[in-house]
Design a protein around this ligand. Structure first.
Ligand code: SF4
Length: 179
């Protein structure tokens, strides 16, 4: 897996101050994508053990609320294969910090459906690790710059903890969050 950007103090992609990793590779090809260079799986640099160590170091300060993974597309199977063991280690080391993941794929009719791309052998473990999933392709005609954490109004912010508990999709309640 390659990645194209790593931020150690990001306040734009989730609640609080966060470490943010942008992975390379995306097959969604949304019209109007703001970073089409990240569609290429070879864009950027290789994610190595050293990269993981660097991220864990960045996560240590108490003011860092959590980790965010964006793309590109984190749910492309090639990326899931590398991300899942890394994120399992993240949860072990930082059980109180949260994980936000952004995906162009839809939760209930793509990500979670066996036999449908991008679901693969790593997906269930991946989903179990996520606290907040921001999902759906960017749709140019639904572009709305006033939305928090989303580019177009079709995209949803799913509270994965409550979704796992209740067995059906629960959208994130922004009013109950603390910045
Ligand atoms: S999912 Fe994201 S990175 Fe991929 S094409 Fe759509 S907007 Fe671009």
């Amino acid at each position: 897996m390659n990645y194209c950007e790593l931020k150690d103090c990001d306040i734009a992609n989730g609640i609080g101050v966060r470490v943010t990793l942008f992975v390379s590779g995306c097959r969604n090809r949304c019209e109007g994508c703001f970073q089409p260079e990240t569609w290429n799986f070879n864009y950027g640099q290789e994610f190595t053990e050293e990269t993981a160590r660097q991220i864990f170091k960045m996560l240590e300060p108490s003011y860092i609320r959590g980790l965010t993974i964006l793309g590109g597309e984190p749910f492309e199977p090639e990326n899931q294969k590398v991300l899942v063991p890394f994120l399992e280690e993240f949860k072990k080391r930082f059980p109180k910090k949260d994980l936000w993941v952004f995906s162009g794929y839809r939760y209930e009719d793509e990500i979670t459906v066996e036999g449908v791309h991008p679901h693969c052998e790593y997906t269930d473990r991946f989903l179990d690790l996520i606290d907040i999933l921001v999902e759906g392709r960017f749709v140019l005609k639904l572009k709305d710059l006033t939305l928090k954490y989303r580019g177009s109004s079709n995209q949803r912010i799913i509270d994965m903890t409550k979704t796992r508990e209740g067995g059906e999709i629960v959208l994130w309640d922004e009013s109950g969050s603390s910045d």
